[in-house]
Ligand binder design. Structure first.
Ligand code: G3P
Length: 199
């Protein structure tokens, strides 16, 4: 099967609106009208608590990595195809077909792709990013800030670990994409209006 098939497949799998469906099913709420309006796990957590935030995080990680997992299982070993399929998985979450292309900010979905990107070493890269994320959250209290800094650490650590070029470009592109998706959070951070777990 050709690369385009896997890129489209990755996008469709990533498009599954996990947070939206969870909020609709459990609370009958359109998550896009609540809190930050984001369909991601942080906003689901605001509405439904920590357990649901964790569940949606895991589901978002899995759905975005389905493309690269299936491609590999089908024998694809071309790094460019894997990189583009991973990118399309995160794009599926950020611009989902089922929600009029208005989705999330791609943090959990990026971590899902990163975990399975370049095994076995990526099994350590994703948790390393997770530790940075957690430490920053504890220190500063802002999920968005922790997400952005940890995402930008990933290509740097991956470069130190000699990841192949397509994967380094993928990690950098995902950090850029997520930064753009967080533009309102960044503005709020500068204005001191971002919601914090410390306040
Ligand atoms: O995962 C997204 C997070 O970094 C920010 O989410 O809801 O505070 O905009 P939110």
């Amino acid at each position: 099967m050709n690369s385009l098939f896997w890129i489209i497949f990755g996008y469709l799998a990533g498009s599954f609106p996990t947070g939206y469906l969870a909020a609709r099913a459990v609370k009958g709420v359109d998550i896009r009208t609540f809190g930050s309006g984001n369909v991601g796990a942080t906003n689901v957590g605001r509405l439904m608590g920590k357990k649901w935030a964790v569940a949606v995080t895991l589901a978002d990680m899995i759905k975005a990595s389905v493309g690269i997992l299936c491609a590999r299982a089908a024998g694809v070993d071309d790094s460019w195809t894997i990189a583009f399929t991973g990118f399309s998985g995160v794009c599926g979450h950020n611009f989902p077909l089922w929600l009029g292309f208005r989705g999330g900010k791609g943090v959990a979905s990026t971590y899902g792709v990163v975990f399975f990107l370049h095994p076995p070493i990526s099994f350590f890269l994703a948790p390393a990013g997770g530790i940075i994320w957690f430490a920053l959250l504890k220190l500063k209290g802002y999920v968005s800030l922790a997400s952005l800094i940890s995402l930008w650490c990933l290509p740097v650590i991956a470069a130190l670990l000699s990841f192949p070029l397509p994967f380094l470009l993928l990690l950098t592109s995902l950090a850029v994409l997520s930064t753009v998706r967080h533009r309102e959070n960044i503005l709020r951070l500068f204005e001191g209006k971002e919601s914090s777990f410390k306040k």
